[in-house]
Design a protein around this ligand. Structure first.
Ligand code: PXP
Length: 400
């Protein structure tokens, strides 16, 4: 499957987000079951589309969208298989006309362009609104349905950034004093745009403690994600605290940080019990797992709402080849989980260099990042460190 988007007009006045349109067009190909086909989208100005309109359709003046099927006249999906891929054709859109229409319809330019791409694509797939009223109604209905689904889909949503403030507590506890305070840190993270705050209440309370979680519960304005081991005492605390969600993680006393994901397949009964208890209290549960199909399936089978994919092996990879392999594992586990109806988060080891690639996956809803942001904050301040990471995540997830 491939989508080629070319801008053949002065893009400056429009600030066109080609990546966003690319992502939405890929989604449209998938939804129309032509994921193994390719399509080209050319964004032009009124002058160029007028020229095409007059030369190919005998019409004067600009129009909003034209589509030219690669296999003009035949069954659009049956014939062309040059070099192994199927070419649907070209969709040509005047950005100037689309922009005027967006203003009139009080919608954004990108939503208007998306609608025009949808319209052009349906033409390439053989739909027509000029042949008969019945066909026109069928085409409008499908167009509306696709746009509605797109707006609710992950292809239209931005990856969120949740910040783990455990490391602030680690510094505080190193001195046995009361600063820096993770509660103040959480507020700064939120003011700088974080979509959630993550804290890990460990059995040994090596960083976050009971006072922190209670104050955080009262003061967090976004969402509180409590990381925890599935052990009786911590479960009781979580049930009383009622965070917005919990993430169950494996917890070993000697480890420096959470090493590896949960073995869900090996402890289904225990984890299912905790999930059940949490769900009864209205707390959704995420399971922190390695990006493996068997763990994803087990998480879904025992009723998890989310999985958080462990990105540690991807982040720590010794070379690019290994990193790419790990990235592919994350991509397919995320896709598999998403297709099963699980919500998908990811985290561990993400930093200012390796985050963009993960944030760009439209199956992933939220990233949980701690160490890299707190480490940078020592030099540039927490507010700036969060904003910089937020920008990376936003740019990569390609949505406004
Ligand atoms: N997600 C989980 C489940 C974790 O245990 C941690 C580490 O506390 C993180 C994300 C954040 O990892 P890092 O501090 O390396 O960004």
């Amino acid at each position: 499957m491939s989508v080629h988007i070319a801008v053949n007009c002065d893009p400056a006045p429009f600030r066109i987000n080609v990546k966003l349109l690319h992502r939405r067009t890929l989604w449209l190909l998938q939804q129309n079951k032509v994921a193994n086909h390719s399509v080209s989208v050319l964004l032009v100005d009124d002058k160029e589309i007028s020229w095409l309109n007059s030369n190919y359709r005998d019409k004067t003046g600009p129009t909003n969208v034209l589509s030219f099927s690669f296999d003009d006249g035949g069954d659009p999906l049956s014939v062309v298989e040059s070099i192994g891929i199927k070419e649907l054709g070209d969709i040509i859109i005047s950005v100037e006309t689309a922009s005027r229409e967006a203003d009139n319809l009080k919608t954004s330019l990108h939503d208007r362009l998306t609608w025009l791409i949808t319209h052009g694509l349906l033409h390439l797939l053989g739909y027509d609104h000029e042949r008969s009223e019945k066909e026109a109604n069928e085409m409008w209905a499908l167009e509306n349905q696709l746009i509605k689904q797109l707006h609710n889909s992950r292809s239209n949503q931005m990856t969120q950034l949740a910040i783990n403030v455990d490391h602030v507590a680690t510094v505080r506890n190193a001195r046995g004093v009361n600063e820096p305070d993770p509660v103040a840190a959480a507020a700064i993270c939120e003011l700088a745009g974080a979509s959630g705050i993550v804290v890990h209440l460990r059995e040994d309370r090596r960083h976050i403690n009971d006072r922190d979680i209670h104050l955080l519960r009262e003061t967090i304005k976004t969402r509180m994600n409590l990381e925890m081991g599935a052990n009786k005492k911590i479960v009781e605390i979580a049930l009383a605290l009622k965070p917005d969600m919990v993430t169950l993680v494996p917890e070993k006393r000697q480890e420096l940080t959470t090493e590896g994901g949960l073995n869900v397949t090996g402890q289904k009964k225990k984890l299912a019990k905790t999930i059940n208890q949490m769900n009864k209290a209205g707390i959704p549960v995420s399971l922190f797992i390695d990006p493996e199909a068997k763990q994803v399936k087990a998480a879904q089978a025992i009723g998890a709402t989310y999985v958080e994919l462990h990105t540690g092996r991807y982040c720590d990879a010794e070379n690019e080849i290994i990193q790419e392999k790990e990235y592919q594992l994350i991509t397919s586990a995320a896709e598999e989980a998403y297709q099963m109806g699980l919500r998908v988060n990811a985290g561990h080891g993400l930093d200012y260099q390796n985050t963009a690639k993960i944030a760009a996956l439209d199956t992933i809803e939220e990233l949980s990042i701690g160490h890299a942001i707190i480490a940078r904050a020592v030099f540039v301040g927490l507010d700036q460190a969060v904003r910089e990471m937020g920008q990376i995540v936003r740019d990569a997830s390609m949505t406004f």
